[in-house]
Design a binder for this molecule. Structure first.
Ligand code: MSP
Length: 658
């Protein structure tokens, strides 16, 4: 059986790990564990991406030198993973000398083959993405990722002849339908290739502009473009193309990434490999985005979910299960504590946990916690075994193909059927009737089935699965991996030894209380105050004047609104909306924000540049006539006249108004 090699993106070290990073890494971990269960040799790689402008800026902000800064943040990622049950075999850093050497050898190889050339180039450079955009790739003249205006930079640089390989790539993707999966990302890649927007790739940055990178082996005045450097991590961690691990693991490699980095993985990376004469990866597995409620998670919106806090609160296994089950791999999903509570209570506490504890409790009551023997065959037992075998077959097939949520759902068909089996067989009635033989068969069928379920969920919930197996009186090898491969499990029944000593009870997945609803500050609509005040007065509100009660908000409702001072860097009319101005505002963050405001009738754009205004910085982004607005500029209104709210004296951008 071929070895299985799974990778995550290597994460930037300009931010601490959050739910999104945890999701990809937990997927990779569960997938690796699943393949161990199939009996395959596995390798699981993750790491950190440590070069480039953004890192230097983040280090400067903290007054640290870049190396000290990257060491500290990379350690945060590395130290977090074991707390989330993640057992990566390797952790690659792009500042490792071994990685640098492989990148330089790769560059030299492509250069010697004539696929890197030196040329003058003018392009639209987005500092957020650290890359050049072609005219066609921009949307309304803005970077499609950051919605900011890129700077036009003209300089001499090195280029990878990517365009030479694009027709070949298109054919390859057409001939290999699951090379990029799910389908929608394959379609998106083909559309990119057909758009004509892709050109040669600029792969260098002059040292006069940036020194924090890997020096080009053929020109000491340049460093390598971060993406060209970062993608090579997937082979540098194997010791490069000449390493023994490369021969062993590379052909079976599965990359897992989110949709944000589709292009580098679907276009840059395969063409780079092909130009270097190396075989391609096996699949690119692309997932969607976790949204905090319905908004993108971002530091500036203050809605970033901390995975460690969640797993400590809900339990690590339950947290991992929720992530894999809730998100259909490929689509976006919304993360809320309510949905997590509902899912955990329904699937884990009720369906699985409750079933397991009932079966153990009944075995304790009727057979002193000793596994009973199964007597004569009954149609209902044969039927439940059929359902179980079918569920396991589907589970294995779906999990193998990166359809994690569907796989768990398929397995839960069996769990739900087992619950029904308990109800229809009614062991308590068999006990009353004194039918010990049938009672033994029913409980044996249930215990043996739960052993199967425990084995299947081990990749996702290693601790709970091990707990279940131990409570079933089975000894679990230290690494958790049983000797028979999971496929053999499909039709293998009657494995649980009769006479084994079982636990008397179990509480693997305690029920969770619904979290208190998040406080959403409600601003009463104009003209509604009187009506609601009247309602409050009818209800005979106990505290003071009802008018006052309705207009009062709690202190934390006020502090939930993040108002900051910012300077307008540019202002112009919205191309498609007469009443709206489009601002770029410096809020003291890494990049200026684009904010739209309906004040075009009150101000001329040119008089606003340089003005300091007050901005609600944590408002969910909105799209107005095709342009996104990342916040709201405060205005005062009287008789239809709008005036911008400003500060009495100059204040540093980003100062919080409280
Ligand atoms: N350094 C590059 C990757 C180089 S790989 C050769 C990079 N780093 S990143 O820190 O920005 O990580 C991006 C990845 O983090 C996404 O592709 C995804 O795996 C994960 N996620 C970050 N935010 C996410 C969500 N909100 N939801 C799901 N996953 C997301 O890009």
């Amino acid at each position: 059986m071929k070895p299985f090699f799974v990778t995550t993106p290597i994460y930037y070290v300009n931010a601490s790990p959050h739910l999104g990073h945890a999701y990809t890494t937990i997927i990779a971990d569960s997938w690796m564990r699943f393949h161990k269960l199939l009996g395959r040799d596995t390798l699981f790689l993750t790491g950190t991406d440590e070069h480039g402008d953004k890192i230097v800026q983040a280090a400067e902000k903290q007054g640290k030198d870049p190396q000290a800064f990257v060491d500290a943040v990379s350690a945060q990622f590395r130290q977090l993973w074991p707390h989330l049950g993640i057992a990566n075999d390797r952790f690659v850093r792009t500042t490792d000398p071994e990685h640098k050497a492989v990148v330089q050898a790769f560059l030299q190889r492509v250069y010697d083959a004539g696929d890197i050339y030196f040329g003058e180039f003018g392009g639209h450079y987005c500092y957020g993405c650290e890359r050049f955009y072609t005219e066609k790739e921009l949307e309304n003249g803005l970077c499609p990722q950051h919605l900011t205006k890129p700077e036009f930079i003209s300089e001499k640089n090195y280029f990878f002849r990517m365009s030479k390989y694009l027709p070949w790539l298109k054919e390859y993707i057409q001939a290999n339908p699951d090379f990029i999966r799910p389908e929608r990302y394959r379609t998106e890649t083909l559309a990119m290739l057909e758009s004509g927007a892709l050109e040669d790739l600029c792969i260098s940055r002059p040292k006069s502009r940036l020194t924090w990178g890997i020096e080009l082996p053929f020109d000491k005045d340049y460093v390598c473009y971060v993406w060209f450097d970062a993608l090579i991590n997937y082979i540098s961690a194997l010791g490069g193309p000449e390493g023994a691990d490369f021969q062993r693991f590379w052909p079976g490699v599965e990359h897992v990434v989110a949709k944000d980095i589709l292009k580098p993985h679907a276009v840059f990376w395969p063409t780079m490999l092909h130009a270097a004469g190396l075989p391609l990866y096996r699949h690119l597995n692309v997932h969607g985005y976790w949204l905090a409620r319905d908004a993108k998670m971002s530091k500036s919106l203050g809605n970033v979910v901390d995975p460690l806090a969640m797993s400590e609160h809900f339990g690590l296994d339950a947290f991992r299960y929720f992530l894999l089950r809730e998100m259909a791999f490929g689509s976006d999903a919304s993360f809320t504590q309510e949905s997590m509570t509902l899912r955990i209570n329904a699937d884990l506490s009720n369906d699985l946990g409750n079933l397991f504890s009932r079966v153990l409790a009944m075995t304790a009551k009727y057979f002193d916690s000793v596994t009973p023997a199964s007597a004569a065959e009954h149609d209902d037992d044969a039927r439940i075994r059929e359902i179980g075998s079918e569920a396991l077959r589907n589970y294995i097939q779906l999990f193998e193909n990166a359809r994690f949520s569907h796989a768990l759902d398929a397995l839960w068909e069996f769990v739900r059927a087992l619950n029904k089996y308990v109800d229809t067989q009614a062991p308590w009635a068999l006990f009353k009737q004194g039918d010990t033989a049938r009672l033994g068969s029913v409980l044996y069928t249930l215990l043996d089935s739960l052993r199967k379920v425990a084995r299947c969920v081990w990749p996702v919930m290693p601790t709970a699965a091990t707990g279940m197996l131990e409570q079933l009186g089975l000894s679990v090898p230290e690494d958790g991996i049983p000797t028979q491969a999971l496929e053999q499990e499909i039709d293998m029944w009657g494995v649980l030894p009769v006479g084994g000593q079982l636990a008397a009870s179990s509480n693997l997945f305690p029920r969770r209380e619904m979290p208190e609803k998040e406080v959403t500050p409600k601003v009463p609509a104009v003209g509604k105050e009187k009506k609601s005040a009247a309602k409050a007065s009818q209800k005979g509100s106990a505290v003071g004047n009802p008018e006052e009660v309705e207009s009062v908000i709690a202190f934390d409702q006020f502090t939930a609104v993040d108002i900051r001072v910012g300077t307008i860097l540019s202002a112009e009319k919205h191309p498609d909306a007469d009443r709206i101005l489009k601002f770029m505002i410096d809020l003291g963050e890494e990049e200026p924000r684009q904010i739209l405001s309906g004040i075009a009738a009150h101000y001329r754009p040119e008089e606003l540049t340089g003005l300091q205004v007050c901005v609600v910085a944590n408002l969910a982004p909105r799209v107005i006539r095709g342009l996104a607005s990342h916040g709201m500029v405060l205005t005062a209104e009287k008789d239809g006249q709008l005036t911008l709210v400003t500060v009495a004296a100059a204040a540093p951008n980003g100062s919080r108004i409280a």
